[in-house]
Design a protein. Structure first.
Length: 161
């Protein structure tokens, strides 16, 4: 199995896992977050298919961070309400961060071993998206586990005592 085929398999595993997480998440914004990332992973598979067929792939028009910003802006009221999260949701985010870290490492290695410019460009594109996914999961984890401090740091507030 070559690196692109392995990438397609990893992306499918991510789709399956994030779809499952979306189904178990009670928070509607959390569901949308997971489902948005599922769509990113599906797009990665479509791009990988093009690369394997010798066709050019086109990076997505928006980045995962831009997509997530739009989701949060559209659901600002829901986000401002006190969010209670379950241990399962936090564990899912921890697992998602680990998956993304492993995926990034694999794609970094694949980039250095790529035999043609199209493969290299493909893996570089995937690295950027997976780094965005990691940042989204990390930020969401921080928000759910310590909402008060998340708002303070996110807004770069200065606490005066």
């Amino acid at each position: 199995m070559n690196a692109i085929e392995m990438a397609m398999e990893m992306e499918q595993e991510a789709i399956d896992f994030y779809t499952k997480c979306a189904g178990k998440t009670n928070n509607p914004v959390g569901k949308k977050m997971f489902l948005s990332i599922v769509e990113d992973e599906k797009y990665h598979i479509a791009c990988a298919t093009k690369v394997t067929q010798g066709q050019k792939f086109k990076p997505a028009e928006t980045t995962p961070l831009q997509d997530m910003k739009m989701i949060f802006e559209q659901n600002k009221e829901a986000m401002l309400q006190r969010v209670s999260s379950t241990t399962d949701e936090l564990e899912a985010l921890e697992m998602a961060m680990k998956m993304e870290e492993e995926t990034i490492k694999f794609y970094q290695k694949a980039t250095t071993q790529a035999t043609n410019p199209a493969e290299k460009a493909f893996f570089e594109c995937l690295i950027k998206d997976e780094e965005d996914h990691f940042a989204i999961f990390q930020n969401t984890y921080s928000f759910l586990s310590d909402t008060g401090n998340w708002f303070m740091w996110d807004e770069h507030s200065i606490v005066e005592g």
